[in-house]
Design a protein around this ligand. Structure first.
Ligand SMILES: Cc1cc2nc3c(=O)[nH]c(=O)nc-3n(C[C@H](O)[C@H](O)[C@H](O)COP(=O)(O)OP(=O)(O)OC[C@H]3O[C@@H](n4cnc5c(N)ncnc54)[C@H](O)[C@@H]3O)c2cc1C
Length: 288
């Protein structure tokens, strides 16, 4: 019995092999890598928007028995071909500051993943259930708002609706905020993945950058949202609009603040949002 068994039953752990790892942000910015994993089992089935857990090998600091962190699957499922399953992860190399010493230490799971080499084995849990789901009705509107690695579920969604399914009749709107153009994941000089969908009649991507050195990607997203507030508001009135928020935690409050302005008051916005939540058309996947 290993210490992993303390966290989940060993039968719930899937072994994956690193197939490739590529940095998709320039050296001058925070490191984000696209990591492709191969799972040698066609039975591993996931839906777009789901997360897997990564268990890093010990020993762990602070006497912890396990270190388990979630990562969103950034690709769409493919029909099983007997060759196993590929998972793409978008991982940002994280650090934390020790409150006592003030020193900076590498985050365990993200550094483990970012340092992993092709051929290395990784222990996974999941796929875990997620509120992020593509609606079955192709005439639904998808309003996606994100920052940073929060683009991962949207990349999976876009691949599913345009590449794997082939068409989507509802409006698909991606609002993405970043501090700099280089940090526009999948829309920067290194990786232009999302341009694949620009000729789709129903797709529109709205990118916004933060204005001012002290502003972060959450502020950037808010700029983009406020510049298109009436378009977003109109979309929210449509009964087939589904809202998805992904990325840093503050985007949720920032979106609320922007929408309260156009709704006329916080109370009015709260009523609209609550109706979307009650109707299962609102989901958030935010972290740290
Ligand atoms: C449902 C869910 C899905 C997630 N999906 C992804 C994903 O697709 N890609 C991804 O890179 N991370 C994702 N995360 C965050 C991830 O689970 C880890 O928290 C992160 O990698 C840090 O873990 P660590 O062990 O390296 O460092 P830890 O020691 O746990 O934390 C290091 C520090 O990094 C900060 N931090 C954590 N995540 C981020 C981030 N993404 N950007 C900036 N700072 C951060 C933490 O606040 C902490 O201060 C997700 C989290 C959740 C809950």
């Amino acid at each position: 019995m290993t210490d992993l068994a303390a966290y989940v039953s060993e039968t719930d752990i899937t072994e994956a092999i690193i197939q490739s790892s590529q940095r998709i942000t320039p050296e001058s910015t925070n490191e984000v890598r696209l990591i492709v994993l191969h799972i040698n089992s066609p039975a591993f089935y996931f839906l777009e928007g789901q997360n897997i857990g990564v268990l890093t090998p010990g020993p762990h600091p602070f006497g912890n028995k396990t270190h388990h962190r979630y990562y969103t699957i950034a690709n769409a499922r493919k029909s099983a071909d007997g060759e196993g399953v590929e998972l793409e992860l978008l991982v940002r190399r994280c650090f934390y500051i020790d409150e006592v010493s003030g020193e900076q230490y590498p985050g365990e799971a993200s550094n483990y993943l970012c340092n992993a080499q092709p051929g290395d084995k990784i222990s996974l849990t999941g796929p875990h259930r997620s509120p992020f789901r593509i609606p079955a009705d192709k005439t639904s509107n998808l309003l996606m708002l994100g920052t940073g690695t929060g683009i991962a579920p949207f990349r999976a969604f876009l691949r599913r609706v345009y590449q794997e399914q082939g068409e989507w009749d509802g409006k698909v709107r991606l609002f993405y905020g970043a501090r700099t153009g280089a940090e526009m994941l999948y829309m920067n000089d290194i990786n232009q993945d999302l341009t694949n969908y620009y000729d789709q009649a129903t797709f529109k991507a709205i990118q916004s950058l933060s204005q001012g050195v002290l502003k972060d990607e959450g502020d950037a997203l808010q700029n983009g949202v406020e510049a298109h507030a009436s378009e977003i508001w109109a979309l929210l009135q449509e009964p087939k609009t589904h809202v998805y928020l992904a990325g840093i935690k503050k985007i949720s409050a920032a979106f609320d603040a922007s929408m309260a302005k156009i709704a006329g008051s916080e109370v009015q916005w709260h009523a609209v949002k609550q109706a979307l939540i009650d109707d299962k058309r609102w989901s958030e996947l935010t972290y740290h």
